[in-house]
Design a protein around this ligand. Structure first.
Ligand SMILES: Cc1cc2nc3c(=O)[nH]c(=O)nc-3n(C[C@H](O)[C@H](O)[C@H](O)COP(=O)(O)O)c2cc1C
Length: 145
C-alpha cells in the first residue's frame, strides 16, 4: 500500500492507493491508479509530480487519515506532519520510504486513471515490511467509489 500526494494550483491532496505497481526497470517507471471519484483526482491530474510513500506498520494512522477520510470533508494536511518539496508536492514526515517523480503519462483505465511516474528523488530504500491491502482491510474508503 502507498499514500500518494500531489499539489497543483494551490491545492494539496492525497489518498491511500492499493492499485500501484513497478511498471518498468529500464527506464524506471512506476504506475499509481487514482479513482476518478476521489478528491485527490483533480489535483493529481493537474500535478506535474506525485509523491509515493510506502506504508509500513508505523503509518497505520496516516493510512486511516488518507484512506478513510476524504479531502472533500477534512484538510488531511492539517492533521499530519509534512513538508513541501521544491515544487510544493507534500512529502509526509512519517513514512521512511518514498519517492517523488514526474508524471509522464496518464492512462484511462476505466474508473481509475493510471499515472505513469518517473522517480526523480528517493528517500529510504532499505528493506521494509510494507503493508498490503489485507493489512488495512478494516479501513472503510473515505470517498464513495
Ligand atoms: C485498502 C484501500 C485501498 C485503496 N486503493 C485505492 C486506489 O488504488 N486508488 C484510489 O484512487 N483510491 C484507493 N482507495 C480509496 C481512497 O484512498 C479513499 O477513498 C480516500 O479516502 C480518498 O481520499 P480523497 O477523497 O481525499 O482523495 C483505497 C482505499 C482503501 C481503504
Amino acid at each position: 500500500m502507498y499514500i500518494v500526494t500531489a499539489a497543483a494550483g494551490g491545492r494539496r491532496a492525497g489518498c491511500l492507493v492499493g492499485f500501484a505497481t513497478q511498471a518498468s526497470m529500464d527506464p524506471e517507471r512506476f504506475m499509481v491508479c487514482i479513482s476518478r471519484a476521489n478528491a485527490t483526482y483533480p489535483v493529481a491530474m493537474d500535478a506535474e509530480r506525485l509523491a509515493v510513500h510506502a506504508v509500513t506498520e508505523g503509518e497505520r494512522g496516516l493510512a486511516e487519515l488518507f484512506g478513510g477520510r476524504t479531502g472533500d470533508e477534512v484538510d488531511k494536511f492539517s492533521r499530519c506532519s509534512w513538508e513541501p518539496a521544491d515544487d510544493g508536492t507534500p512529502i509526509l514526515s512519517g513514512p521512511p520510504t518514498w519517492f517523488l517523480g514526474r508524471v509522464l503519462e496518464r492512462i484511462d483505465l476505466g474508473d481509475h486513471v493510471g499515472c505513469v511516474v518517473e522517480p526523480e528523488r528517493w528517500h529510504g530504500g532499505g528493506p521494509i515490511a510494507q503493508l498490503t491491502e489485507r493489512d488495512l482491510a478494516e479501513i472503510e474508503p473515505g470517498h464513495p467509489a
